[in-house]
Design a protein around this ligand. Structure first.
Ligand SMILES: Cc1cc2nc3c(=O)[nH]c(=O)nc-3n(C[C@H](O)[C@H](O)[C@H](O)COP(=O)(O)OP(=O)(O)OC[C@H]3O[C@@H](n4cnc5c(N)ncnc54)[C@H](O)[C@@H]3O)c2cc1C
Length: 192
């Protein structure tokens, strides 16, 4: 059983997957690399002057996988809450279970409609979640485009993925967790 399942492989889901895997959680992201990012030309992702959405996705997938995040190329067809946490059924007939579930499935909402989540009628019926993506179902997080309506941006989804991951890491550790790294002496030498 995984620790965390993530539905959606856009910037939100991959960012959550990266932070969780980097901090030794067993995490699986479901998605078929069909995000609208493939239509985007990014000039507004701070720190990257310009990049196509497709290049961004390719780098992001490799970066998350590099830390041990599993990315499964399959559609999620059903989500259930059970005693263990959550069970996710996929189109290949498999079932996956985990304590935590992060919904980062973007604009396509059919799957989550059944969960009857609270919606903001003033913002395209976006799901209402707190700043960590938490809602009133224990251990379920909703992040990214699903919570943003028309006000979606790649950098916001990535940030929300990171926030959900830190929340889960903090709950598991029983204390507030951040993911800080520092420059190593070897890296300093490389710059000279
Ligand atoms: C034409 C266009 C241009 C854009 N240009 C910019 C730009 O210049 N800058 C910018 O910041 N943003 C831009 N955006 C917005 C950007 O694409 C979104 O902000 C971003 O994709 C949101 O990321 P996300 O991770 O929340 O959701 P998404 O990127 O939508 O990721 C969700 C993923 O989940 C997958 N998924 C959904 N349901 C399932 C399921 N049941 N099982 C498995 N996987 C599932 C989807 O296929 C998708 O890959 C643009 C969008 C469009 C349409």
């Amino acid at each position: 059983m995984a620790d965390v399942l993530i539905v959606g492989d856009g910037p939100g889901g991959l960012s959550a997957g990266l932070f969780l895997a980097k901090n030794d959680m067993d995490v699986t992201v479901f998605g078929q690399n069909e995000t609208f990012m493939h239509k985007a030309m990014l000039y507004n992702y701070l720190g990257i002057p310009q990049i196509t959405g497709s290049e961004f996705q390719e780098i992001a997938r490799k970066q998350a996988e590099g830390f041990g995040c599993k990315i499964l190329d399959v559609e999620v067809t059903e989500i259930e809450k059970n005693d263990a946490g959550f069970a996710v059924s996929t189109a290949d007939g498999n079932k996956h279970e985990a304590k935590y579930l992060i919904l980062a499935s973007g604009f396509e909402e059919g799957l989550v409609d059944k969960l009857e989540l609270s919606r903001d009628s003033n913002n395209d019926d976006a799901v209402i979640a707190d700043r960590d993506g938490k809602i009133d179902i224990e251990n379920l997080y909703v992040i990214g485009w699903l919570t943003r309506g028309q006000r979606t941006q790649a950098i916001i989804s990535a940030g929300e993925g990171a926030a959900a991951a830190l929340s889960i890491l903090s709950i598991e550790a029983g204390r507030d967790i951040h993911d800080f790294d520092v420059v190593k002496e070897d890296d300093d030498d490389d710059d000279e």
